[in-house]
Design a protein around this ligand. Structure first.
Ligand SMILES: NC(=O)c1ccc[n+]([C@@H]2O[C@H](COP(=O)([O-])OP(=O)(O)OC[C@H]3O[C@@H](n4cnc5c(N)ncnc54)[C@H](OP(=O)(O)O)[C@@H]3O)[C@@H](O)[C@H]2O)c1
Length: 286
């Protein structure tokens, strides 16, 4: 089973940075509450190395995952990076303990975090740098403006946003080109439908976080149990195949700390849903 992810097709981030659409999210790698080192460092490294063998080229991470742990693991496992590996990291959320996330959009802090991510990842330019949250304590223009300055200096290639409304994307686009948007979206939670439609119309990559609803959609006895039996695929595979089918700008980044789950989830890239299956899934879970 090699290069299976490529069956999901490619998308050009910012019009010039190709990624295989089915990617991988690193948030499950650090310890409990996305805090501290992984349960087992070697397994985390093995999972990351297997992603590449499976043809995955797009990795989502953040300075706050651990914090620092997920970026460090990417470097431990994959550096020097293959030419087609694209790493998307983020700044804008600080950490005070397990499960605690506090926005901070003070522009000099965002710049500091970019510098530290460059160092941790071992790169000269971050492929895609995402503002994890817009911090209402600072003007949006100043936060996106700092990203634009970093881009002009060659420290980041493309700019992305996370958890934003269509109006916020439009406001950010007054300041800089926005290549991607990362919002909560999955078969069971489609509250960002308007954002997805806007992204599709504008050729902006849409990265759905919680593509498996943190595992709720993966359960054998969960909402996809019947469809899973009918198709002969796992619930996770169907949830991911549905996302890939939903829009050509969709870039799912399922997270897992398990080699078995990684291998099984990646097979979703090759699953073709019939129109009837797609419609049935669309109306069965929402
Ligand atoms: N922008 C944001 O604010 C934001 C917020 C949250 C997440 N994210 C990004 O989105 C990525 C995806 O989100 P996520 O990882 O939290 O959630 P997810 O992909 O929806 O689900 C991951 C959970 O599902 C389980 N799982 C995965 N495959 C499975 C399978 N085949 N069978 C059973 N269980 C399975 C995992 O457990 P195992 O480890 O046991 O497989 C894990 O608990 C993150 O890694 C992160 O990069 C971004």
């Amino acid at each position: 089973m090699t290069n299976i992810a490529s069956s999901s097709g490619t998308f050009d981030i910012g019009g010039d940075l190709p990624v295989v659409r089915l990617g991988y999210g690193t948030m499950q790698l650090p310890g409990e509450g996305v805090w501290g080192p992984p349960k087992d460092h070697d397994t985390a490294v093995a999972v990351l190395r297997r992603t590449v063998e499976l043809g995955i080229t797009f990795f989502d991470t953040a300075d706050s995952y651990g914090p620092e742990t997920a970026e460090q693991l990417l470097k431990d496992a994959l550096h020097p990076y293959a030419d087609d590996v694209v790493i998307a990291t983020k700044s804008g959320l600080t950490r005070q303990g397990p499960g605690v996330w506090t926005p901070l959009g003070y522009p000099p802090y965002l710049r500091q975090q970019c510098e530290l991510s460059l160092r941790r990842l071992g790169v000269d330019t971050i492929d895609l740098y995402q503002l994890h949250r817009i911090d209402e304590a600072y003007p949006l223009e100043d936060q996106v403006g700092e990203f634009k300055a970093l881009q002009d200096e060659g420290k980041i290639r493309h700019i992305g946003l996370s958890e934003v409304t269509v109006d916020q994307i439009k406001a950010a686009r007054e300041v800089a080109d926005i290549a991607t948007v990362q919002n909560l979206y999955n078969l069971g939670n489609r509250s960002a439908e308007d954002v997805l439609d806007y992204c599709e119309a504008e050729g902006i990559g849409f990265i759905p976080w919680f593509p498996l609803a943190t595992g709720q959609l993966s359960k054998e006895d969960g909402p996809l149990a019947d469809a899973s039996r009918d198709h002969g695929a796992t619930p996770s595979q169907l949830a991911l195949a549905w996302l890939l089918r939903r829009s050509p700008v969709m870039l799912p980044i399922p997270g897992t700390s398990s080699l078995d789950h990684l291998e099984s989830n990646t097979e979703a890239a090759g699953i073709e849903l019939t129109d009837e299956e797609y419609e049935k899934l669309s109306s069965s879970v929402d």
